[in-house]
Design a protein around this ligand. Structure first.
Ligand code: SF4
Length: 455
């Protein structure tokens, strides 16, 4: 067995500001971590006039402005955290760029402006496309420097820092095949295995885990509802108009139930995705760019179907398992494997959510996720002007529809006769991502980002 998965459900599903988990939430967490490190320095070390500089590389540099990376690092340096920060205050940062902020680093108040953020461009010598470096200097000497990698979904790694010790899990697994085997071997449900493992990873009780899952579902639904009530232009130079509200209004006028159903699902997914693009609070699932797919499906089930709270929690646990396996064996980062790892995995999570919530056995939950991901293979990441708007927002709506379709296809099939496994499609995603030209990996240097000349 490969090293078992020890990720917490609450590291996959994170509440934070849009528009990007890797370019907004991850950099904010890195900046906050750096700020804390400066405070561990002896007080006298930073007594001279000091400066903090931030260097953004690769995709963070090429699309950082459209993804709000510059505002996120400043927010983190001011002590803000993704789950508690005020999104409006975050959006207002660095406007105008000459505004001087005070960074309370190393026990000294250090002035900071947009000029302290350096967009350095690509650097092939770095180990990850989403690299950022923080440097604290005083009197010309470097007092502290740290390099971070924002590896997707808001996860960060710090150069030279050992990963925390891995907890021992009651039901270790590293792939869908091993998770299936654990279900068969123990006779436990997927839900039970996920809950017992989560308790071992996070130390939370079952009640605490369920309460936190409920809060995530509420936050997802709140994003949909706020998005449905909002109209007008999204921020940024594209001038993209929100569409979720119109979609919902149009759904009522549709003569056929199928049309109404599809229009509602599109409206819900689009609403949460538009909230993300507007820099509002969303839940990563598995990323912020893909944070409309699962909420769209969840809101549809809440409003149009009669499911219990327990069924919604079961769905979330199945969705988390799918994200774990995709992240562990391939990637959930657009900068690493393209959009197949973001909206593709989100669609697979949503397909697993519906299947598990509807009580299908694990083989059919797997098949639904496999079908959804299979039909996103090869999908590139080419955000126009570096903003998480085109193609991202509509792509979330299409990913949600694909998830429902994958559930329908899976529910009608004999799982024993399914030819492709989820592990196989994850491996195909990994290999396709490795072969994908980096122009199509969140650099805005290829695809629609070049061909869309009207934006
Ligand atoms: S194209 Fe997909 S992966 Fe790229 S920024 Fe948009 S949602 Fe994220």
């Amino acid at each position: 067995m490969r090293e078992p998965i020890t990720t917490s459900i609450f590291d996959i599903f994170k509440i934070g500001p849009g528009p990007s988990s890797s370019h907004t939430i991850g950099p904010m967490k890195a900046a906050l971590d750096f700020l804390k490190s400066t405070r561990a320095l002896p007080a006298e070390a930073v007594s001279l006039p000091a400066a903090v500089d931030v260097y953004l590389y690769g995709s963070l540099s090429l699309t950082g402005e459209g993804h709000g990376t510059h505002k996120a690092v400043l927010g983190g340096l001011m002590g803000w955290a993704p789950d508690t920060c005020d999104c409006d205050q975050l959006l207002a940062l660095l406007d105008p760029p000459e505004t001087v902020y005070g960074i309370h680093a190393g026990w000294a108040d250090i002035p900071f402006t947009a000029a302290n953020i350096h967009f350095e461009g690509p650097d092939d010598s770095l180990p990850h496309p989403n690299t950022l470096r923080f440097r604290l200097t005083a009197g010309g000497a470097v007092l502290l420097e740290k390099e971070y990698y924002s590896v997707g979904g808001g996860f960060i790694q710090c150069k030279g820092e050992a990963a925390p010790a891995k907890p021992a899990l009651p039901h270790p697994y590293a792939s869908m095949r091993e998770l299936r085997q654990a279900v068969r071997r123990t006779g436990l449900s997927l839900r039970e295995i996920m809950l017992q493992n989560e308790s071992a990873v996070s130390g939370l009780s079952r009640d605490e885990i369920e309460a936190r899952i409920d809060r995530l579902i509420d936050t997802m639904c709140a994003a949909v509802e706020t998005g449905l009530k909002s109209d007008g232009l999204l921020p940024g130079p594209i001038g993209l108009m929100r569409k979720a509200q119109v979609l919902k209004t149009n759904s009522v006028k549709m003569k056929h139930e199928t049309g109404r159903f599809l229009a509602c699902l599109n409206a819900y997914a689009q609403a949460a995705s538009e909230e993300n693009a507007a820099g509002r609070k969303v839940v990563t699932a598995p990323t912020s760019g893909a944070a409309g797919v699962l909420p769209g499906v969840i809101y549809l089930l809440k409003k149009h179907f009669d499911l219990s709270a327990a069924q919604f929690r079961d769905g979330m646990l199945a969705a988390a398992a799918i994200a774990f396996i995709a992240k562990h064996n391939a990637s959930i980062s657009g900068a690493e494997v393209g959009c197949q790892g973001e909206v593709g995995v989100a669609s697979a999570m949503a397909a697993a959510f519906i299947s598990c919530a509807e009580g299908l056995p694990i083989r059919q939950v797997e098949n639904a996720a496999e079908i959804a991901l299979e039909h996103h293979l090869g999908m590139t990441c080419d955000p126009v002007l570096g903003y998480v708007q085109i193609p991202c927002i509509e792509r979330n709506a299409v990913g949600a529809v694909t998830a429902v379709n994958a559930y329908i296809l899976s529910a009608a099939g004999d799982p024993a006769r399914q030819k492709v496994t989820f592990d196989e499609v994850v491996e195909a995603m990994r290999e396709t991502g490795a072969d994908m030209c980096k122009r199509y990996k969140e650099t805005s240097q290829g695809g629609l980002a070049l061909s869309c000349v009207s934006c």
